[in-house]
Design a protein around this ligand. Structure first.
Ligand SMILES: Nc1nc2c(ncn2[C@@H]2O[C@H](COP(=O)(O)OP(=O)(O)OP(=O)(O)O)[C@@H](O)[C@H]2O)c(=O)[nH]1
Ligand SMILES: [Mg+2]
Length: 313
C-alpha cells in the first residue's frame, strides 16, 4: 500500500532530521578529536619550551647546555622500534597524506633492520599556528633547531633475542647513546609468543633504573589482540613486571599497511587512537626527561656546594 502524501512528507522530514543530526554528531566528534590531539601537542611544546628556558637560565656556557631531551628507544629485534620513531614523527609534526618513513623499518619476522644508533630530531608542530615543522637526522652535538621545540628520538640497535639477552646487553644499548639518554622507551610487541620477553622485563627495567632513568613501555601490534580484556590483562602483567604504570598499547603506522605510497597514496588515514597514544607516550617521556634533568642539576649543585664548604674549611 502506498503511503499517503502527508505521511510520506513526515517520513522525509524525519529522515532529513536524522541525517542532519548524524552529520552534526560526526562533525562534533571530529572537532573533539582534533582538539584532543592539539591539546597533547600543546602540552608537549610547552614542556619542551620550559626545558629550554630552564637550560638557558642555568647560566652554563653553551658547551655544557643539554639541548633537546634525549629519549632512547630500546627493544628486542623486529618488535617495532623504528616504526615507533616513524609514528612519532608523523604525529608530532602533524603530517597528513601518504605515509613517510624516516627510520628504516624492516620486514616482519627476523630482524634485518638498522644495526647502528640513529638520532632523529623531531620538531613539534604548533597546533595553533603555521606548519613550520620538520624532522631531521641529528648530528648529536646538542645544537638546538633554530626556534623549534624539538625532541631527540634515538633508534638504538636492538637487544639480542630474549633468550640470549643479558644485563650487559641492556647496559651497552643505553651507554652507546651520546649525549646520554634522559628517558628510556622500551618497545615490545603484543603479537606472537611473548612469555620469554615478559620474563626479561624486570631485568631490563632494573638496568634502566640503575642508570637513573625512568622507563616507559609501549606494546606495539595492538590490533593483533583479540579483545579489550586480553589487552588489559597484558598491560597489567607488563606494568607489574616493570613496576611502572607507564605502559601503553599502540598500533604503529607502517609502510606495509593499506594506503602507503605504493599501494594507494590517498588512502593513508591518520588514526585517532594511534595519534593519541604516541603523543601521550612522548609527553610522558619528555616529562620524565625533565625530571631527570632537574634531579641531575640539583645533585650537581649540592656537590659543588659541598666542594666549596670543604675549600672554605
Ligand atoms: N601490524 C603491525 N606491524 C608493525 C607494528 N610495528 C611494527 N610493525 C611491523 O613489524 C616489522 C618490524 O618493525 P620495525 O619497526 O622494523 O622493528 P624494529 O624493532 O625496528 O626492528 P629491527 O631494527 O630490525 O630490530 C615491520 O614490518 C613493521 O611494519 C604494529 O604496531 N603493527
Ligand atoms: Mg629498527
Amino acid at each position: 500500500m502506498a503511503a499517503s502524501p502527508p505521511f510520506a512528507s513526515l517520513l522525509l522530514k524525519l529522515a532529513a532530521a536524522s541525517f542532519t543530526t548524524a552529520v552534526a554528531f560526526l562533525a562534533f566528534r571530529r572537532h573533539l578529536r582534533d582538539e584532543t590531539i592539539a591539546a597533547l601537542r600543546r602540552d608537549i611544546r610547552a614542556s619542551l619550551l620550559r626545558m629550554r628556558e630552564d637550560d638557558a637560565a642555568d647560566g652554563d656556557p653553551k658547551p655544557n647546555r643539554r639541548g633537546p631531551p634525549v629519549v632512547v628507544i630500546v627493544g628486542f629485534p623486529a618488535h617495532g622500534k623504528s616504526s615507533v620513531v616513524n609514528t612519532a614523527c608523523r604525529a608530532l609534526s602533524g603530517e597528513g597524506g601518504p605515509f613517510l618513513a624516516r627510520a628504516e623499518a624492516g620486514p616482519s619476522g627476523p630482524s634485518t633492520g638498522v644495526k647502528t644508533r640513529r638520532v632523529f630530531r623531531v620538531a613539534v608542530a604548533d597546533p595553533d599556528g603555521g606548519r613550520k615543522e620538520k624532522v631531521k637526522e641529528a648530528d648529536g652535538d646538542g645544537e638546538e633547531d633554530d626556534g623549534f621545540p624539538v625532541v631527540d628520538l634515538v633508534d638504538s640497535p636492538d637487544l639480542p633475542e630474549a633468550a640470549k639477552m643479558t644485563q650487559a646487553d641492556v647496559e651497552r644499548a643505553l651507554s652507546l647513546v651520546s649525549p646520554p639518554p634522559e628517558c628510556a622507551l622500551l618497545v615490545m610487541k603484543c603479537a606472537g609468543p611473548h612469555r620469554i620477553v615478559l620474563r626479561k622485563l624486570p631485568e631490563i627495567a632494573g638496568v634502566v633504573r640503575e642508570k637513573g632513568l625512568h622507563l616507559v613501555v609501549v606494546l606495539t601490534h595492538k590490533n593483533a589482540l583479540r579483545s579489550m580484556k586480553e589487552a588489559e590483562e597484558l598491560r597489567r602483567e607488563v606494568a607489574l613486571r616493570v613496576k611502572s604504570d607507564c605502559v601503553y598499547l599502540m598500533e604503529n603506522y607502517t609502510a606495509t599497511g593499506k594506503g602507503t605510497i605504493i599501494s594507494n597514496p590517498s588512502a593513508f588515514k591518520n588514526s585517532f587512537s594511534t595519534h593519541c597514544n604516541i603523543l601521550a607516550i612522548i609527553r610522558q617521556c619528555i616529562e620524565f626527561a625533565a625530571m631527570h634533568r632537574t634531579h641531575r642539576q640539583s645533585k650537581a649543585k649540592k656537590l659543588s656546594n659541598k666542594t666549596l664548604c670543604i675549600r672554605e674549611d
